[in-house]
Design a protein around this ligand. Sequence first.
Ligand code: ATP
Length: 216
Amino acid sequence: MIDFSTPPPRLLPVVGLTGGIGSGKTTVAGIFEALGIPVYNADRQAKLLYHRDADLRAWVVNRFGSQCGTFEQNNLVGINRQALAEVVFSDADALTELNAVVHPVVDRNFHEWHALQSKHFTAPFVIREAAILIETGGHEQCDSVVVVCAPQAVRLARASRRLNADTAHIAKRMKQQLSDEARAEHADFILDNANDSTLLHQVRKLYDRLILVRTG
Ligand code: ATP
């Protein structure tokens, strides 16, 4: 006999969080985390997945070269993200190809994480943070989308400081990303992170607004 009386598990609403390099996505995500909201950071998880998934590692090294791998006693044990970035941020086709393979793996991992969060925790919503949320179509699976914006010069200065890289290097990465204007077309909410001192206040207001949307 099949019991139809058990309702399917309710999934927590998903708020997508994206922005260009150096815009302040991770800083915003950190503030939400401090407010008790679970955050899935797609870039951080991709790093972990490279370590966990031997097939994914092998594909990367076969496609982009052995300099993109890290080896122990001739065994491929990890990915050299800096070397991989050098290859894919110089070649738009290579980046598209990498994203087409890595994105579905990260997407599956996100859905597993989301199901677990929904089953075990009672947060009002979860955050899905990804640099390429819109490029991968991930925004279409979100209940709302937050875009963090900042002028290019500010983002260049922040990102080069954080990554300890020259601005030409960061500018090359920026060229491969959508513009703030293109991202904003898909945004339900925009955080303006041009000025360092107002971000906390904006995120706090956005948090209240998101709670209000959820609770009616
Ligand atoms: P990436 O795409 O490179 O991961 P990101 O969008 O996640 O970047 P963050 O890492 O949050 O950006 O911010 C980049 C740098 O700028 C960090 O060193 C962060 O501390 C700093 N930063 C961002 N926003 C602010 C702010 N409002 N006040 C002070 N520092 C900030």
